[in-house]
Design a protein around this ligand. Sequence first.
Ligand SMILES: Cc1ncc(COP(=O)(O)O)c(C=O)c1O
Length: 408
Amino acid sequence: MPWDPILFRNHFPFFSNDLDITYLDNAATTQKNIETINSLSFFYSHFNANVHRGAHYLSIKATELFEDARNKIQHFINAKNSNEIIFTKGTTDAINLVAFSYIEQFCKSGDNIITTPIEHHSNFVPWQLAAKRKDLELRVIPFNTNNYTLDLEAFKKLVDNNTKIIAITQVSNVLGIATPVNEIIQFAHSKNIPVLLDAAQSFPHMPIDVQQLDADFVSLSAHKFYGPTGIGILFGKEKWLAAMPPYQSGGEMIDQVSIDHTTFNELPFKFEAGTPNYADAIAWGATIDFINQCDKNLMFGYEEELWNYAYQKLSSLPFIKIFAIPEQKHYGALSFLLDGIHPYDAATVLDELKIAVRVGHHCAQPLMSILGVSGTIRASFAPYNTKDDIDKLVEGLKTVYKFFNKNK
Ligand SMILES: Cc1ncc(COP(=O)(O)O)c(C=O)c1O
């Protein structure tokens, strides 16, 4: 049976509340399925109490549900142990944790960090700040704009005895392409260098198995894959997390506190200072149950079909420049520009037509700079989108082009 986007869409009340919307901004955030929404409401209505604190029934129940959610996420990404799952506010928070804590423990002046120029700022600026703070060098793997690939030979030459971590996105939020993470991890590990994968854009579009990937750290956000906002995880191999100092301090992350000394809680709590976002974590557990009921092969296959359809339709418009090489496999995002029309102007007209796309630099200014543009328009797809949504985008783009060229 083929994937049925309408059946899937029926789980998302957002679309029944706004029948005319063409929502193509899924790489920014996805809509929420009813099971996730109900879980949040049900939890607050029945069980709300702070976790890991009280001896009363509600607190015990809330703690149980919170830890169940951690286990669900652990199994979803196939981590070995639930203590390798640190709840964070999202991807940004997770990367900042590593860029602070790992760097504090393992880096000294003169060491270097390697990343790429196609990163979201979340996986770039924290390393830049860490480099400033600790007098490190931030090295950037060249990206070839002719064939949209990272230069792996150049990468190998950047690695030396002072390389302490490699931080790389698994899928570009602008170009929708995957990076060669297996080769990078294999090479890094041959030199005992850990690798952080930013999985914010891969997690919604491909199965993630952290043991198979052998990644040392993986960051992701629930909201990119139908889950609630304000919650995500850092996965970290226990051997690294155990050696790293706390990132933030306060309640819950301690073992014993005296006037002049503090010892810290075990993993994962050492990295979860303060009241965690337990309600959203629990609702995320419901999201994961929902996703697990879907046939992921069909779902991901359908997303690819949508991308290919969009590419084929958009490339038939003579006034569109697409930032993609169709032979490459794509995961959700398609960036383009209209000849002579500023992306913000185009998006304003599209918005009038109730077509939601993202415009701008997409928090990836280094990539914009090497592409030689200040921004792009990005359409990004989820399995509740239909070919009809893409046809509407194509008609919308024709309207935009006519609108800005009517006096020519
Ligand atoms: C590749 C990538 N990394 C990191 C982030 C940051 O995610 P969040 O804002 O959920 O922390 C995003 C968000 O768009 C992203 O696309």
